[in-house]
Write a protein that binds this ligand. Structure first.
Ligand code: UGA
Length: 460
């Protein structure tokens, strides 16, 4: 099938590559000249594992191409996926300007009979607006509108697109249903599940899914605060809860909380949509508050360990909002860095992929070339994003080069026994800290910390 994809950001590009690999003829278009010029040369404008290779493969097979001209992309399209950005306005509502201008372009250039599929995450009711715009912009235009939300995660996006746990299609006409079923037949033939709903339901299901996942994370983070006071271990509490298939263990990892371009934005957008529809979804506000509180809790641990932050150096390992991406948008790691810097600390960060983006967003942040350079002379090391390579750091070498042997594990990624054995005072999130005897932070009764009676002292 001839497919046009409008918007070649994370969602649009992964969608384009995935549809091409399912055998469709795909043309991607974007208003961003630089992005299109990179893509025309087969270069992926952002880091996503496996995407550039797949992009090259599909372009070489001539199933995938890119153009700056929407007119060209749309000329023969039987289906158009709208994957443009829907960023948050200052009041939290989704900004749908790009959705509207895409609809205008479609009315201008697409052939009659086209099926317009919204893939961007949008508030329920957006397809109705798109429908009105299409009809208003072109007299007698024959088209169908559908919603096909994406459930891709950055870092595993291509796999999520080609091995989806569900394909949701919101359709309200026979033709749109038929086109979407044909588009995804290669996947449904392999047994992947396609769920057909009305359009508003599909739109809402996406927001609901992201909001619920964020809720699970915030629940785990609230539990972490209680575990810290009760001397319990939040990871074990989550294991016990997660053994119940009705709850499931996924997304119950306490730590610095969620970030990224989706959860924070979608939560706000759902809350605003609910308010506009006359329903106060206050639970969502609490989810956001708990997420901010997670960063504050980590900052408090650094302060607890170091006393005054002025003249102290803090190394933050991991700046991306999660491992496997170079994306720093709404990154909890950067929020923590900002908080510590504002409180007077010197902050140095390291990330295997996201350093350049972090520097662009946060020019005051000092960037190190590797974890050891970051740790040199630091009074505290914070693990903020759980990149795999941080699990195998040479702890003895780190201790040697740091000013104080203090680790705050913002993602509970390290083994407390190993970190303690290497002589560090160790603060995880929602788990008992391990305090070295003689550490100035050793308040076992208050912190319910496990004591390691070694002769180590803070190297003041
Ligand atoms: C999320 C959803 O998982 C996707 O299904 C959805 O398609 C996507 O948003 C989107 O709307 O486009 P993504 O933002 O890539 O995907 O990242 P996630 O893997 O969901 O992680 C989000 C954040 O939650 C990260 O900062 C991560 O560190 C944090 N997280 C995740 C936790 O703090 N604890 C957990 O247990 C799990």
């Amino acid at each position: 099938m001839n497919v046009a994809v409008m918007g070649t950001g994370h969602v649009g590009l992964v969608t384009s590559v995935a549809l091409a690999s399912l055998g469709h003829d795909v043309v991607g278009t974007d208003v961003d000249e630089e992005k299109i010029s990179l893509l025309m040369r087969g270069v992926c404008p952002f880091y996503e594992p496996g995407l550039e290779e797949a992009l090259g493969r599909e372009m070489a097979a001539r199933r995938l191409s890119f153009t700056l001209a929407a007119s060209e992309a749309l000329a023969d399209a039987e289906a158009v996926f709208v994957c443009v950005g829907t960023p948050a306005r200052s009041n939290g509502e989704a900004n749908l300007v790009a959705m509207e201008s895409s609809a205008r372009e479609i009315a201008r250039y697409a052939p009659d009979g086209v099926v317009v599929i919204e893939k961007s995450t949008v508030p329920a009711g957006t397809a109705e607006r798109v429908r009105h715009t299409l009809a208003r912009e072109r007299n007698g235009f024959r088209f169908d509108v559908a919603s096909n939300p994406e459930f891709l995660r950055e870092g595993t996006a291509l796999k999520d697109a080609l091995e989806p746990d569900r394909i949701v299609v919101g359709v309200e006409s026979e033709r749109a249903g038929d086109v979407l079923r044909r588009l995804y037949r290669p996947l449904t033939d392999r047994g992947y599940r396609l769920m057909e709903t009305d359009i508003a339901t599909a739109e809402l299901a996406k927001h609901a899914s992201n909001a619920f996942l964020a809720l699970k994370i915030s629940f785990a983070n609230a539990l972490a605060r209680i575990c810290e006071r009760a001397g319990a271990d939040v990871t074990s509490v989550a294991d016990v809860m997660g053994a119940d298939p009705r709850i499931d263990r996924a997304f119950l990892n306490a730590g610095l909380g969620y970030g990224g371009y989706c959860f924070p934005k979608d939560l706000m957008a759902l809350e605003r949509l609910a308010a506009r529809l006359g329903y106060e979804f206050t639970l969502l506000r609490e989810v956001e508050r708990l997420n901010d509180e997670a960063v504050s809790a980590a900052a408090a641990k650094v302060e607890e360990a170091l006393w005054n932050l002025e003249d102290k150096r803090v190394a933050i390992l991991g700046l991306a909002f999660k491992p496997g991406t170079d994306d720093v948008r709404f990154s909890p790691a950067l929020a923590l860095a900002r908080r510590l810097l504002d409180a007077g600390a010197q902050v140095v960060g390291f990330d295997p992929r996201a350093a350049a983006n972090a520097k662009q967003d946060f020019p005051e942040l000092e960037i190190a070339r590797d974890p050891y350079e970051a740790a040199a002379g630091a009074h505290c090391l914070v693990l903020a994003t759980e990149w795999e390579e941080f699990r195998t750091l040479d702890l003895a070498a780190l201790k040697e080069i740091m000013a104080y042997p203090v680790v705050v594990d913002g993602r509970n990624a390290l083994d407390p026994v190993e970190v303690a054995a290497a002589g560090f005072t160790y603060y995880p999130m929602g788990r008992p800290p391990v305090l070295q005897a003689g550490s100035s932070t050793a308040h076992p009764n208050r912190d319910h910390g496990a004591f390691v009676p070694t002769p180590d002292r803070l190297n003041t």
